[in-house]
Design a protein around this ligand. Sequence first.
Ligand code: ADP
Ligand code: ASP
Ligand code: MG
Length: 446
Amino acid sequence: MSLVVQKYGGSSVAEAASVKRVARRIAQYRRAGHEVVVVVSAMGDTTDDLIDLAERVTPTPPARELDMLLTAGERISMALLAMAISDLGLEARSFTGSQAGVITDSAHGRARIIDVTPGRIRTALDDGAIAIVAGFQGVSQTTKDITTLGRGGSDTTAVALAAALDADVCEIYTDVDGVFTADPRIVPAAQHIPVITPEEMLEMAASGAKILHARCVEYARRYSVPLHVRSSFSTNTGTIVAEVDRVGFPISFNEMYLPSKSNQEPAMDTEASLEAPLISGVAHDRSQAKITVAGVPDIPGKAAGVFQAVAKAEANIDMIVQNVAVGQTTRTDISFTLPAADLAATMAALEAARGEVGYSELFADNKIGKLSLVGAGMRSHPGVSAKLFSALSEAGVNIEMISTSEIRVSVVTRADVLDDAVRAVHHAFDLDSTEGEAIVYGGTGR
Ligand code: ADP
Ligand code: ASP
Ligand code: MG
């Protein structure tokens, strides 16, 4: 018997019929003798709809109340799923994040998990029940208020519970057959990746590949939780996120829990994996914005002044570029990217610091896109950036900013050419599949 944590995303439980379909899948695992903890997201686009609803009431909802509202989405799906399971003759008990012991800090909308005390979940399992937990939510240790973990945060709930319960595996069920070399909604020729290392997966997720919440990958790596991403609409093998041995086989990954091992394809083609691939994939991110602070005096302390103001707005800065402004040798321009959701607060903080920093103008731009090429094999291949830039130029895409890490190159483009850019780069690095189009089973891609 093993302990399995399964997370079902919103597209897997979009309607009553899908709730029942997922319940049957869960029941199959329980009947095979496994202990099962299920983490569930809000149905379909419920979270987006609730945000829209709040914005129709007020453009600036208090963060505490917005969290209270949004967590209602997961409550609906957890209760319905427990009902559907009980209809199949098995016992299921649903728990809110707070009841499941997900303790967070008090940063509403982006709370971090600081402890997990799953006593009630353990008791439910000991009683033979299936535990259903509302994803994406917790309770603040200090204020006792209900918090959310940020968009896509149910993945992190699942991994945190898997770590706290010492689960054998954490399965993330979604609407595609695992991780691909690009978002299959944009690149139909994207290739399925059978095994990906936590390092590469983290870089993909942090670069915007929303198949997994970046913090979930971080958490899984830190606590050595085996992660398995798969579709809830098929029985295909999905993607294993794990360290690999010299020939590309996942290390320390217990496959015993798989219900029908005979149906499984080998995790990876040994012949093909003898050499690490150069590129693991192309990620894109549409949720970023750009601020340019123009005419900043070119003297020590001014960049610090700009970023102190930004820090006050608690924005997470990604790329930073500083240039000497043309024709003015004593002033520079500083541009940086940040989550579009933090744009207004950051602009306000910079406006307030105008006198102190002494810059001349401020520009906000929320029509940008970010494309990132990720691959551990890049380390030893110096030509990657050059090839990326020529692929973009051939596609007529202008590059506005560039940043690199050891295993990633990212560029900022106009938002309206981002999809074309992703397809062009995917093609230029020979990532296109020869085995037909990737299947997207559900979801709206919202
Ligand atoms: P869920 O509701 O199950 O959490 P999400 O919409 O958050 O699902 O994540 C799944 C989606 O992630 C897919 O439908 C796909 O459009 C998108 N995606 C982005 N990048 C990738 C990638 N590299 N591989 C697979 N899917 C990706
Ligand atoms: N329902 C939340 C969201 O849409 C959390 C999640 O799906 O992971 O972001
Ligand atoms: Mg998600």
